[in-house]
Design a protein around this ligand. Structure first.
Ligand SMILES: C[S@@+](CC[C@H](N)C(=O)[O-])C[C@H]1O[C@@H](n2cnc3c(N)ncnc32)[C@H](O)[C@@H]1O
Length: 441
């Protein structure tokens, strides 16, 4: 199968100007054979953006003209492929030199050929010169991680630049996880299971989804282990009314439904992302919950006044815990985003709190590793809401990327106290409300 190099080049240029990798991949047909190769190449170029820029600057005698951004993208892709070493060097060089024709820039053949061959000749010394850019993270994020995690920051940066393992979540409505693990093993795909995450299986090596037994039949989904903690922590009980406030594209919604939640309302302000949830519900053959495009903090637009037993607030965040899966974050995220994102998280937390029944629980989570969005956000919330308490759960707290092979995530389970203990007028004894904070402990 020949890679469409024109598509690879145009896609990388769009990633450079802020297109999300997920959106770009979503534009490709699921059965497109080169999808895996494009994802691998684009992700590699994003992870190595800093060092590839330095490398091309060193290799080019004269900077390219602004209108030759396509050639710069071509060089990044070619150099990344040479670095990966998965195909013979001569084939990589030839194919990318040929790609000049797709760009209608035949004049650049000699230039591309010379640059790539020089890289191969002087590889060691060139790579040594770009060592300084090896973190490939924006400076502000490196500085921030150094402050927050003085012992762990370099492990986090290394983990962010690694390829993430493939985590599966078995749909227990379709097949028992133990049975599915056997099916995988029969298909030559051994997987690890995890006691604390009963539906999770982790494969040793990534495979295209269609190679997974029962993919089209909805037996299994792709979802990182850290994301699978949400349904585990929220632990919905039969008959509970659950709100998934920021639901799309629906990884956690479908998990909750597959565990038997029958009364679920899923909101998201992006209709495009909610469409992806609808498609996934069809594949998994799960009942359609109440889905609504809405700003969850605009209660008038979606809430009928009936409170929920449990709320999942998987809040918009900087996504600094999932860079290994979304390397476009390295280029898209700005330091100034942090303030806006924290403001939105606070707005959502404060507005959704009254929607929760007394005695109910709200699971706040982000895929961020920054304390402003996590521990500090929760501390501020507790200061503002005297009827809120943190409920202990072994899966709660901050998980850093790469720990247990999982993404970086933060979870805090907040319980709403029924009513302060009150003094009975008749007996002068303290009466106990139905549920108190002790019930959450
Ligand atoms: C972290 S993602 C949710 C991922 C999802 N829970 C899952 O497991 O697949 C955050 C989502 O929040 C949505 N969002 C952001 N602000 C929102 C708001 N004010 N109201 C509703 N949805 C919002 C975004 O469109 C995005 O889909």
């Amino acid at each position: 199968m020949r890679l469409d190099r024109g598509l690879a080049i145009a896609g990388l240029q769009r990633l450079w100007v802020g297109t999300r990798l997920d959106d770009l991949l979503a534009e490709l047909a699921p059965e497109q054979a080169q999808r895996g190769t494009l994802q691998w190449l684009w992700s590699g170029c994003l992870r190595q953006h800093g060092s590839l820029r330095r490398l091309t600057a060193l290799l080019l005698r004269k900077a390219l003209r602004p209108e030759d951004g396509d050639l710069e993208a071509l060089l990044h892709l070619a150099l990344e492929e040479l670095r990966a070493g998965q195909r013979p060097d001569f084939a990589v060089v030839n194919d990318w030199v040929e790609a000049c024709a797709i760009l209608h820039k035949e004049w650049a053949r000699g230039l591309v050929n010379a640059v790539l061959r020089r890289y191969l000749r002087e590889r060691e010394s060139l790579e040594a010169q770009v060592q300084g850019a090896r973190w490939n993270h924006p400076d502000w994020l490196v500085r921030r991680l150094q402050q927050v995690y003085p012992e762990r920051w370099s492990d986090i940066l290394v983990a962010n630049l690694e390829e993430a393992p493939l985590w599966l979540r078995v749909n227990p409505q379709a097949v028992a996880p133990e049975v599915y693990a056997e099916r995988l093993s029969e298909a030559g795909l051994p997987a690890r299971s995890f006691a604390e995450l009963p539906q999770a299986l982790r494969l040793d090596a990534a495979v295209p989804v269609r190679a997974l037994p029962g993919w089209d039949e909805g037996w299994v989904s792709i979802q990182d282990g850290a994301a699978q903690c949400a349904a585990q922590i929220l632990a919905p009980r039969p008959g509970e009314r659950v709100l998934d406030a920021c639901a799309a594209p629906g990884g956690k919604t479908t998990h909750l439904l597959s565990l038997g939640v029958t009364e679920l309302m899923a909101l998201d302000r992006s209709s495009r992302r909610l469409d992806r949830l609808r498609q996934e519900l069809q594949r998994l053959r799960l009942r359609l919950p109440l889905l609504q495009v809405a700003d969850a903090a605009e209660l008038d637009t979606w809430w009928d006044g009936t409170p929920f037993d449990a709320i999942l607030l998987d809040a918009p965040c900087t996504a600094t815990g999932v860079i290994r899966r979304h390397p476009d974050i390295l280029l898209r995220r700005r330091e100034t985003d942090l303030e806006a994102v924290c403001g939105e998280q606070q707005r959502l937390l404060d507005t959704l709190w009254p929607v929760l029944k007394p005695g109910g629980r709200l699971l706040y989570c982000t895929c961020s590793v920054l304390p402003e969005e996590n521990q500090e956000q929760v501390a501020g919330f507790l200061d503002r809401h005297s009827d809120a308490r943190v409920l202990e759960h072994p899966l709660c707290g901050q998980r850093l990327p790469g720990e247990d092979g999982m993404d970086g995530f933060f979870y805090a389970l907040l319980g709403k106290i029924v009513a302060p203990a009150c003094v009975s007028r008749e007996t002068d004894e303290t009466t106990r409300p139905d549920v108190t904070v002790e019930d959450f402990a």
